[in-house]
Ligand binder design. Sequence first.
Ligand SMILES: Cc1cc2nc3c(=O)[nH]c(=O)nc-3n(C[C@H](O)[C@H](O)[C@H](O)COP(=O)(O)O)c2cc1C
Length: 424
Amino acid sequence: MASSDISAARRNFLRLLAATPLASAVGVPAVLEALQQAKPLAKKKAAAPAAALAPKDNLITAASEAVDVMDFEAVARKNLLPAHWAYMATGVDDDATIKANHEGFSRYQLRMRPLVDFSRLDMSIQLLGRKWSTPIVLCPVASQKGFHTEGEKGTAKAARAKGHLMCLSNQTSTSVEDVNAARGEPVWFQLYARPDFASTTQIVKRAEAAGCPVLVWTVDLLGGSNRETLRRGEGPLSVRAPFCKECHEGRVQPMAQGLASVGNLERGAGPTVFTWDYIKRLRDVTNMKLFVKGIQTGEDAELGVKAGLDGLWVSNHGGRAGESLRPTIDSLPEVAAAVSGKIPIICDSGVRHGTDIFKALALGATAVGVGRPQVWSLAAFGQEGVEAMLDILRRELMMTMRQAGATSIDKITRASLIDRLRIG
Ligand SMILES: Cc1cc2nc3c(=O)[nH]c(=O)nc-3n(C[C@H](O)[C@H](O)[C@H](O)COP(=O)(O)O)c2cc1C
């Protein structure tokens, strides 16, 4: 074997190892250190998706070096197996809704108002009777041990250290009980309804027994999702490395222990049809407060209010559900108008800066969620990375509030925004 092939093989081996439970046995830092020293894959040898996902130069080497949340992205790209990277990065079809989500924020300009006394700036919010020191929420993100061996516990500890609301994914790679222990209090729990109501009920009751105060039912994947980037990144089953089997074959996710296997709840439309009457069914089996995640129109917001939901989550799943090309920041105003303050609204998708959070709050969100920045920072530096990512967003939001003369969250209103599409 030529030496470049040996390096490439070694590097591939180490990348695989770093993402498996084996890494914790031999020590992740040791694996990552060896990974850093391994020569990069020769470009001509890389498969097309891996080449497209090649690391950038000048990566940050410590969480504290990050200037904005995107700085974590390149490090995550370097650390992750191509298939795991593709799972995170994927949208649907041409990934155009991901782009639209972020670009959507540039539709709005900010009207800055200096010379306001911001010495007692208050970023706290009230959400279902509970005070949070910041409106920044950690969205449900599946399979976090695939991004870092600390997995959901690393995220939960960061949420605890920085005082943020965390919503745990149904597809968590760590049990809700263990995550709650790491968070120091129960997290919110996100649900993917299963085809049979009995096993859905079991998951819901388990989350409730663990103390989770809020159930978030995600509805935007019920029609399936055409994740092309994921499929290209993971490649055909036949070429997967033997290591992949360890996590992907025969292992039952913590929240599905003891339940019948139902296939991939994130990917395909199941045989069951779900409609608004499912809210009542969920209500009948739990006393947890209930949100629906994946609302994008005023009509559905009205139906949600009528169905007695405790809150709505405006989301297009970070562009990983349907290729609507419609950023959630454009969906938010019609949802907020329909809700008219009756219940809280969380909004996510494409949020990368404090100014994005400010704009969502101005357009009617009670709180604002981040998905991929969580994965990037976790994959880059574990808990420390997530903490740094949260610090950056919080600092940016604080600065924007000062600049715009909004000294508390309720003072962030539409008056601070100019909608560029309405000019002229
Ligand atoms: C890797 C990944 C896994 C996700 N897993 C879930 C999930 O299990 N349940 C869910 O409701 N949303 C899930 N989401 C969507 C997020 O909760 C959130 O809506 C979205 O990531 C926000 O967009 P952003 O990534 O642009 O911040 C996932 C997103 C990503 C990137």
